[in-house]
Design a protein around this ligand. Sequence first.
Ligand SMILES: [Zn+2]
Length: 397
Amino acid sequence: MGNVMSEQARSFSSKWVKLWACCIAVVAAVALSTMGLGAQAAYADQGAPVESLNVSALTVDEDVDGDELTPGYWMQSKGGWWFEYEDGTYAVGYQYIETNGEGEFYYFDQNGWMVTGWHWGSEFVELLYGGYIPEGVSSWLYFKDGGAMAFGWEKVGGTWYYLDPDMLVGWWDIDGAWYFMNGSGAMETGWLNQGGTWYYLAASGAMQTGWQWIGGSWYYLDPETGAMATGWAEIDGTWYYLNGSGSMETGWLNQGGIWYYLAASGAMQTGWQWIGNAWYYLNPVSGAMATGWFDVDGTWYYANGSGAMQASKWVGDYYLTGSGAMATNAWIGNYYVGADGKWIPNYDENAVTVYWVDNGTVYHTSQNCTTLKQSDNIKSGTIAESGKDRACSVCAR
Ligand SMILES: [Zn+2]
């Protein structure tokens, strides 16, 4: 629909300019009873042409090929606006009206009155060359205060709608963001539950993804779908726990009778952690807190029922050193613990043969100890004869 302005239209325009003054008087004089009259009748009684240069209209229907725009005039009376052609007839239905080359769509009812606001009408189908044609009667359209059909975002009564120009309903990707318009076309904001899945829409209506701080909590929204995560979620290689309402947990967490610890960042912690006033050992893979006896790289430790690592104390027949490591091959006061850490009653160190080299710092309980067997001049005898007061920690195990 190009610029089809003609000489004819210009001459009509100037004619109406001349008529302008007298019609103003008519408008002032004429009374109210225009409601219910067709636009043409109203015009005959009291209408006024509004100066409108270079205006022409094309009736838009399902077959607009080859149609040209017809010059005319915007007319206004108390009853509203209509569009008058040069031959005195008026526009009805969907019109494409160009003013100085700028085109908009309008709708005129069967009496020719220009419609504003919501209108249950045709679905508009975009044509290959960029125009639109109406098809059937199946969608809501919105005509702005000036009568132009809305395209794109439109705020009506404090609510946003998207006109395509058909009013959109449901999920739509608009300029790279997802929006949700409810059944009445109103753009939703805030939390939205769809099919049991929660989504979060910013004040702008844009669906949010990834980590979001909302109402004092962190939430994780799937980077693609926007679906709110609940339960355990591995995000960029770190585990987090989102509770049933999606809010990220921190601190101690009991799940299925197992304790986990989540840092202030929400990241599940693993390995040794100093928490509160004690050491805790959290499984390097699962994060599960250890209780009772547990082995870390070949050394035994003991944690009480609440997971706090114990140190410098006896646990049954075993002794925990200051570091928490179970003692082996060592005297704890008058008690001796063997290679397996267990107290050996009536232990006689002189009855045990140990092995050493003179310049070594420890004695070995095994002649085949990997740290000893390569050495020359291996000696053997009692611990006292070795002159060493510490056992090798390698062969002690
Ligand atoms: Zn050794």
